[in-house]
Design a protein around this ligand. Sequence first.
Ligand code: ATP
Ligand code: MG
Ligand code: MG
Ligand code: MG
Length: 562
Amino acid sequence: MKQSQMLVHTLKENPADAEIKSHQLLVRAGYIRQIASGVYSFLPLGKRVLRKVEEIVREEMDKAGAHEMLMSALQPAELWQESGRWNTYGAELMRLRDRHEREFALGATHEEVITSLVRDSIKSYKRLPLMVYQIQNKFRDEKRPRFGLLRGREFLMKDAYSFNESFESLNESYEKMFTAYSNVFTRCGLDFRAVIADSGQMGGKDTHEFMVLSEVGEDVIAYSDTSDYAANVEMAPVINQSSPSDQEPANLEKVATPDQKTMQEVADFLGHSLAEGLKSIMFKVDDQFVLVVTRGDHEVNDIKLKNLYDADIVDLATEEDTHSLMGTGFGSLGPVNAPDSVDVIADFAVEPLVNVTCGANEAGFHYTNVNPGRDFHVKEYADLRFIKEGDPSPDGNGHIKFARGIEVGHVFKLGRFYAENMNATFLDDQGKSQTMVMGSYGIGVSRTLAAIVEQYNDERGITWPANIAPYQVHLLSLNPKKEEQKELADQLYEQLQAAGIEVLYDDRKERAGVKFADSDLFGIPIRITVGKRASEGVVEVKERTSGEQADLNQNEIIHHVQ
Ligand code: ATP
Ligand code: MG
Ligand code: MG
Ligand code: MG
């Protein structure tokens, strides 16, 4: 392709709001442009790299046995009402009305749509397991869109879903996806770790996140210095993954260590935890269990309060909210009246099946039919207060270290949550009706792209791994006004294309300095410069990453770059 005819415009200065490398470089190099907060267009260079990442994802999904499809981004509210998430997903879900005042959402994720499709077409165990995926723009009205492609409000995701007849079968699908994810991120050249994760909005059970190690990551990972143990700090102390299931629910009373605490002590505990980033506590008031989970975010401290019997859930945005809540008692918890003291049952990590977050202004929202034991499992008592670097790893091997990570992928065992709510059943080999078991698996394709730039850059620009780069060769003709330069460059352009090499040809009438600077910014792995020695048929070949360069003869070029 000829650069003179490409929609691209490089910038000398970093955009004012771009705090991190990937955001700065992708904008400066003309790969992306912001259209609104958290909303980006991919210009031709950006689209090419996005397609490279997509293609890797696609190949690995196909290899895992998943079939590609494309679901509508526009989703009727009815489907989300069936699953229950119309009311629980909160402000992140972009909602709109059509001309007949019917409500819709722009797909933040597609569990509802795929479950409705599968329930209408799969009736027998003979058709299971089933794995499908799509690569599509997702919409989430993030509270704080930032860091360019890392946290957008419209972004490209690969989402996959498995439908299984049993938990054993789900485990097999999950393993396949887990392997596919490891392959994808390895092929993207990323330094990553798979970590035990929280289940977020998805109502997940067993779940892992794939984290790219990076200082700019918003998550904190606790990992063992000598073993494979790694967990999102939200879940760090959890040792045993409780098996996903309809099995014997954990008995709360069994793990409980009842302990009277004054409200002041509870408030202190939580206030303290905010400083450290994580805490959960469960107590009993008026025969109702209340679970409080604090989450650390380096900017926001979210607190979730759950009255598990009535499942009132409040998500408070700030530390002040916490204190005012603690100060004024539990008025916003609905049925629970402000007590002087509470019976603390335990502070531990739990694995919520139904994990609901609402904005503070939606406090008091009711989520019905949630029961402890059935809807969440106590994993293991662990004191989250004092986890710190150097502590013994929960798996008994080595010691805890912390690192920051960017969540690029997430695999979940969903269990029967959606299938039950949406009535996705099949007949088993005995002719009995059973509820399907599901898994869901997401990769942030555009986020992965930005994560690659975070790990591949230098002071002059991006340094793409060859398989991700938009082109393999950047061909520069330094002074196209000189006939012999233009001629040689034109010839090389033809030869490279004929050899099947992706080449971007800078045929612009610009100063050499401008061309070199743009080329470094773009990060194409090999630069071929046609300059002064064109009359001898000699050009300069330079590797972007290592800086190695050599003068080569025209007839050596193809062999050299292939
Ligand atoms: P996060 O914790 O960063 O908000 P998430 O847990 O909400 O992400 P999932 O629901 O697990 O995200 O979605 C699957 C994948 O989609 C994530 O692992 C991530 O790579 C990507 N993703 C999620 N939100 C965004 C976003 N706002 N911008 C870009 N990619 C995103
Ligand atoms: Mg999110
Ligand atoms: Mg997450
Ligand atoms: Mg996630």
